[in-house]
Design a protein around this ligand. Structure first.
Ligand code: ZN
Ligand code: FE
Length: 256
C-alpha cells in the first residue's frame, strides 16, 4: 500500500537526488540538496512544489543547495541534531526515533553516525523505504570521515534491522567500483558474483544500480557481512569480533 511517491534523478557527477511526495496533500521533500538546478528540473518535470528539505548530513553535496531552495520555495528544512550548526537554513533538528511528517506520511529518523558525526537516515516504514545518504551504498558504505568503526558498525546494524524488502535509496552511484572491491574480499559469494555481473551489464547500458534493498545488501555487501567465514578468512580475522572484521574491511577499501 505504498502512498509515498519517489522521483530519483542524477545530480553533480555521481550523486542521486530524490523527491519524496505525498499525493494526498502535495507535500514534497527533497532528500538532500546536491544541486539546485537538478532539483528544480525534477520539480518541474513532476509538477510538484517543494515544501520540505530532509537533510541526511552536512556535506556540500547533500546540503549545499539548502539556502537557494529555501529562499525560492520557503520550504522547511529538517536535518540532523548532531550537525545543527553545519546545516544551512535548518528549521528543525532531529535525532533517533523522532518522527518527521511529509503531509500525511510519516518518516522515522535513525541516527547513523560514522561517515559524519551526526548523519541520519529517514525510514518510511509503511512504504518500506529508507533514505540513507552516505551511510550505506549498494555494495559499499560511507567513508569514516568523522566517526569510528564501532559507530559505523552500530549504524549499519540499525539499517540491517529494517525488513529485507526495504527499498534503500543511497546518495551515490558508486556500485561498480564497490563491486570490484567486494569481489576481492569475498570471491566465493555466488550471489555477489551474479550481482556484479548484473551491475556491469546495467552500467554498460547506462542504467542506475540505485535503489537497492536491505535483503540484497545483507547477501552481498561486504560491509554488512562481518560474520561471513569466507570474508573473515580473506581479511585474516577468523575469530575476531564482527566490529573488527568490519573495521579491517573498511580499512582495506580505503587502500584498494
Ligand atoms: Zn557525504
Ligand atoms: Fe555524498
Amino acid at each position: 500500500m505504498a502512498k509515498l511517491e519517489i522521483h530519483q534523478f542524477e545530480a553533480l557527477n555521481d550523486n542521486y537526488g530524490f523527491l519524496a511526495h505525498d499525493p494526498e496533500t502535495g507535500a514534497t521533500a527533497a532528500i538532500d540538496t546536491p544541486e539546485v538546478a537538478a532539483i528544480e528540473k525534477a520539480l518541474a518535470q513532476k509538477g510538484w512544489k517543494l515544501t520540505h528539505i530532509f537533510n541526511t548530513h552536512h556535506h556540500a553535496d547533500h546540503a549545499g543547495g539548502n539556502l537557494a531552495l529555501k529562499e525560492k520555495y520557503g520550504c522547511t528544512i529538517v536535518g540532523p541534531k548532531g550537525e545543527e550548526k553545519l546545516i544551512p537554513g535548518l528549521d528543525r533538528a532531529v535525532g533517533q526515533d523522532d518522527v518527521v511528517a511529509l503531509g500525511n506520511i510519516k518518516a522515522r529518523v535513525i541516527d547513523v553516525p560514522g561517515h559524519t558525526r551526526g548523519h541520519i537516515a529517514y525510514s518510511f516504514a509503511e512504504d518500506h523505504v529508507a533514505f540513507v545518504g552516505d551511510t550505506l551504498f549498494a555494495l559499499g558504505c560511507g567513508r569514516l570521515f568523522e566517526g569510528t568503526p564501532q559507530q559505523m558498525w552500530t549504524s549499519l546494524g540499525k539499517l540491517m534491522a529494517l525488513p529485507d524488502d526495504t527499498t534503500v535509496y543511497c546518495a551515490h552511484e558508486y556500485t561498480q567500483a564497490n563491486a570490484r572491491f567486494a569481489l576481492s574480499v569475498e570471491p566465493q559469494n555466488a550471489a555477489l558474483v551474479a550481482r556484479s555481473k548484473e551491475i556491469d551489464e546495467k552500467r554498460t547500458r547506462g542504467e542506475w544500480t540505485v535503489p537497492t534493498t536491505i535483503g540484497l545488501e545483507k547477501a552481498t555487501n561486504p560491509f554488512l557481512r562481518a560474520a561471513s567465514p569466507d570474508l573473515r578468512a580473506t581479511v585474516g580475522l577468523v575469530s575476531a569480533a564482527d566490529v573488527d572484521v568490519f573495521a579491517e574491511t573498511r580499512a582495506r577499501k580505503d587502500n584498494f
